[in-house]
Design a binder for this molecule. Structure first.
Ligand code: G3P
Ligand code: CA
Length: 247
């Protein structure tokens, strides 16, 4: 992640917009991603699910119920059914008509220009999703180490599988429990991962130091305020996944 400047937050820390600028527009939609780009986010974080007919779609939950006007599991709905849903109205009527983005659309719109942190969300639900993601990145010529793409997951088996198909794409291990940050675990992650992305409460200066010694970087989640970003900066992290992009 390159150095950047965020004068509004008084930080040079590279910032990763969690689900886009989700406080300003419906999370994980084009308006949220555009708003994050406008606020000079270095990377957009987004979650990937797969439709019944195998299309990669950008949505946090396994069902469409919380954020759209539909119901049901993503894996039971076709791409056409998913694209017919309204993903904006529940956030605010001004966003009525906003669709669930496909990953293809997101790669076309932002790929190579703004960094993309792509989360494989409970990928064990979607057999074959790793190969599909790899193929889509190749189609967009974004499967290189310098393509400003990072793939992250809590599921290390899935990350390893993806690594098999796309060995040059940087990977991040998401961690929400302290026991998964023991040295023996860190040594294992270092064999394939480029980043350790822990829940921010798990970050300590010694953890950051050890991850750096092992040749990896640290991008914690999720900062909710400028104060979190400054605290993490003092501990030496490399980037911050944040809901806050402006004061
Ligand atoms: O980027 C890490 C973070 O997104 C993981 O939590 O639930 O927001 O996907 P969640
Ligand atoms: Ca996520």
């Amino acid at each position: 992640i390159p150095d950047s400047s965020h004068p509004s937050l008084l930080t040079d820390m590279p910032l990763i917009a969690h689900r886009g600028a989700a406080m300003l527009a419906p999370e994980n939609t084009i308006p949220a991603f555009d708003a994050a780009v406008e606020l000079q986010a270095d990377f957009l974080e987004l979650d990937i699910q797969m439709s019944r007919d195998g299309a990669l779609i950008v949505l946090h939950d396994a069902t469409v119920d919380r954020t759209t006007n539909g119901t049901g599991a993503v894996k039971d709905l076709t791409l056409d059914q998913l694209r017919a849903l309204d993903a904006g109205q529940k956030f605010h009527p001004a966003f009525r008509g906003t669709k669930l983005p496909t990953l293809d659309e997101v790669l076309t719109r932002y790929g190579g220009a703004t960094g993309l942190l792509l989360e494989l969300k409970v990928p064990s639900r979607y057999p074959g999703i790793e190969q599909k993601l790899s193929a889509l990145l190749q189609q967009h010529r974004l499967h290189h180490a310098d393509s400003k793409i990072i793939v992250q997951s809590f599921d290390i088996r899935s990350l390893q599988q993806f690594h098999h198909y796309a060995p040059d794409v940087p990977l991040a291990v998401l961690v929400k429990r302290g026991e998964l940050l023991k040295d023996s675990q860190l040594l294992r992650y270092a064999a394939y991962a480029d980043y350790i992305n822990p829940k921010l409460q798990l970050v300590t200066p010694s953890l950051v130091e050890r991850v750096h010694e092992l040749g990896m970087k640290v991008a914690p989640w999720t900062a909710h305020a400028a104060q979190d970003i400054h605290h993490l900066t003092e501990m030496g992290v490399d980037a911050v996944i944040t809901d806050t992009l402006s004061p």
